[in-house]
Design a protein around this ligand. Structure first.
Ligand code: MSP
Length: 657
């Protein structure tokens, strides 16, 4: 049977991050599983290259849009190679075949009356490439990402989305599996029930030129989402190409943020075109990193390639799918990844393989023994190897975490079987019985490798090498494959135990940019000022001993670095809620200044502070903060806020105490 599955097309304005890697790995695992089932699989991925966002990013990089995209696409391809993503075709929305087909779709829909001319008045969010009405905005910002939107009032062509409400609702009702998971399905149904507005599908060339020219009216450019969604059919050579045999898509895997486009707009487009509908759209959840939303300014942008370098490809792939039920949000943390790797991959799977191959080498000259003296208890064990139906039921629903639990359960069972039957004792007493236990265990390991092949192909290949067997399909996951005398290879460690990297003390410190609002003398102390500082979210008081070094006028309006989570302390009767940072050298004292908005967090290269608690003055004092060449460092790691270095004007080299 054919099986066609897709990922979203990634915007090329950035390099791939964990969110992208997640969609890719999940789709890859599904594709590999379907291949292991013996299906003729087609796996499509690619890049989304048109639209305002890309146009602006290219401009900022000083490049023509197409040249800019050409420079980014290899980064995605390299990342997918490193992640071992087994896609069959990589589509770019700038591929001429795609662009031509998009144009013919627009022409056809216009001729059919599904696209018509009108005026658009509303708001546009460029990062999301999404239109919003006044009512949809949240506090005047984009309802999806919370960023600023731009007012638009211009001539546009509309797609008659409103005409498809009933047919869409019928689709959801008749095909309960069309949108997954269920919670998301319910959300879509309730929104669609409220009614649908027609969708603006063109922009005047004067405001957007980077896109597929709108065929009906050459003053217009095609809306990027309309163009991008069509990739799912143009990528299989619709209409008429040989690859179109793969349509309809069996599964579109996407993130929850773009479900509306895939579960509402996309099927309506296909209905308008008279093309068969896809079978299922699965919206996965979002990852946070160490408890926080990823963002560049926080410095917690998780580079999947770095994670692979640090922990290994399979530990990373395994973690992504095992840690969080697919469809729910999850948190990426090094310690959780290390934990999964250590208990499930290293202890359960790795140990088992090592044990079995070592036992075979030790007791049966590296050869598979005859089936030996089987005992009634073995029957149960052998029975437990047939997990195909259970695992496959989970995979059909994209419940990867549960499927993995079942598969790793097989490794645990086998470890227990070996523990219970004690081959090292049998070796002394009962060769016939030893043979049975070793034969059965070797079969278990072979079968385990078949299942794992979809998830961690590299390690599965490692197991096959140790057993000296070729790749097999899932139908080979049945007891009784090995012939007596088959020579196995040498035992080798498959998974190293991981230690989450030790944390840097800087992680416990919350340094922030703060603007000095007012400066007063401390009524009780000669050397102290009482400052009010603005932290963006509010103001607070800080008592600082800098009176001998600064005039009030030099301080007011200055944005400086403060320790925002220092335990508050009374200084001569006034409560100080933080501390200014200053460097000192030979009696000269200079404050550390920051070029970012008040409230911006100060980060150190490679370290993202996660300060949940207050820090004591004593513990803060243990940090080694210094100024070198006018720039601030903690150890040898440069401090910055909002991508700008933390600096000191007065002291070029000195210690911060
Ligand atoms: N170009 C559109 C998709 C067009 S499909 C015809 C787009 N691109 S994207 O690059 O912004 O996002 C691609 C995918 O990454 C989406 O499925 C999105 O949900 C996913 N993720 C982006 N950030 C994510 C996390 N933090 N966590 C998990 N996935 C997230 O949207």
């Amino acid at each position: 049977m054919k099986y066609y599955l897709t990922t979203p097309l990634y915007y090329v304005n950035d390099k791939p991050h964990i969110g992208h890697a997640y969609t890719q790995v999940a789709t890859d695992v599904m594709a590999r599983w379907k291949r292991l089932e013996g299906n003729d699989v087609f796996f499509l991925t690619g890049t989304d290259e048109h639209g305002q966002k890309i146009e602006r990013t290219a401009q900022a990089a000083g490049k023509e849009p197409k040249a800019f995209c050409d420079s980014i696409v290899p980064k995605f391809k390299d990342a997918w190679k490193k992640l071992d993503i087994s896609y069959d075709h990589f589509i770019r929305t700038t591929d001429p075949e795609h662009e031509e087909r998009v144009q013919s779709v627009m022409q056809t829909l216009f001729e059919k009356g599904d696209i018509y001319k009108g005026t658009y008045e509303g708001w546009y969010c460029t990062p999301c490439e999404t239109y919003w009405t006044d009512l949809q905005l949240e506090d005047g910002k984009c309802a999806s990402c919370g960023r600023d939107v731009e007012k638009l009032s211009e001539e546009t062509y509309y797609f008659r989305l409103s005409a498809y409400q009933d047919r869409l609702l019928k689709l959801y009702e008749e095909n309960p599996g069309f949108i997954a998971p269920d919670t998301r399905r319910n959300e879509v149904i309730s929104r669609v029930s409220e009614g649908l507005r027609d969708l603006s599908v063109s922009r005047l060339k004067s405001s957007l030129s980077w896109g597929v020219p709108f065929p009906v009216d050459d003053r217009h450019t095609t809306y990027v989402w309309f163009d991008a969604l069509l990739n799912y059919i143009t990528g299989v050579q619709w209409p008429g190409g040989e690859r179109f045999k793969y349509w309809p898509a069996d599964l579109h895997i996407i993130g929850k943020d773009i479900l509306w486009f895939h579960a509402v707009i996309w099927p309506a487009m296909l209905m308008a075109l008279g093309v068969e509908l896809p079978k299922r759209v699965f919206a996965h959840g979002f990852w946070t990193v160490e408890g926080e939303k990823m963002s560049k300014s926080k410095g917690n942008f998780l580079d999947p390639l770095e994670a692979i370098d640090n922990y290994g490809l399979d530990a990373f792939r395994y973690f992504l799918l095992r840690e969080v039920p697919f469809g729910q949000d999850g948190d990426y943390s090094e310690s959780a990844l290390a934990q999964r790797n250590n208990t499930e991959l290293a202890d359960a799977v790795g140990n088992l393989v090592m044990r079995v191959v070592t036992l075979l080498n030790k007791y049966t000259e590296g050869k598979i023994p005859p089936r030996g003296k089987q005992e009634p208890g073995d029957g149960n064990f052998i029975q437990s190897l047939s997990i195909y139906e259970q695992a496959s039921a989970k995979m059909e629903k994209q419940e990867f975490d549960k499927a993995l639990d079942i598969i790793v359960g097989l490794a645990r069972n086998t470890n227990k079987y070996i523990q219970d039957t004690k081959p090292w004792v049998l070796a002394k007493e009962d060769t016939d019985r030893l043979n049975a236990v070793l034969y059965n265990s070797a079969e278990a390991v072979r079968i385990l490798a078949i299942y794992l092949d979809a998830f961690i192909p590299d390690s599965a290949a490692g197991i096959r090498k140790q057993l000296n067997v070729k790749p097999q399909l899932l139908k080979g996951a049945k007891y009784g494959f090995f012939e007596e005398g088959h020579e196995v290879g040498q035992a080798k460690v498959l998974f190293k135990k991981l230690e989450a990297k030790p944390r840097h003390a800087f992680e416990r410190v919350d340094l922030r940019a703060a603007r000095i609002v007012s400066v007063e003398d401390h009524p009780e102390a000669d050397k102290l000022y009482v400052l009010r500082v603005d932290l963006g979210s509010g103001q607070r008081t800080i008592v600082a001993g800098i009176k001998p070094y600064y005039e009030p006028a030099e301080l007011e309006g200055k944005t400086v670095a403060i320790v925002a989570n220092l335990e508050p302390a009374k200084l001569r009767g006034i409560l100080s809620e933080g501390m200014l940072l200053a460097a000192e050298k030979d009696g000269v004292v200079g404050l550390l200044s920051v070029g970012a908005e008040p409230g911006t967090q100060v980060i150190a290269e490679g370290i993202r502070p996660r300060a949940a608690k207050k820090i004591s003055f004593k513990n803060f004092g243990k940090l080694n903060i210094s100024v070198k060449g006018g720039k601030a460092f903690v150890d040898s790691l440069a401090l910055s806020a909002g991508d700008k270095p933390v600096t000191c004007e007065r002291v070029k080299d000195g210690k911060v105490e």
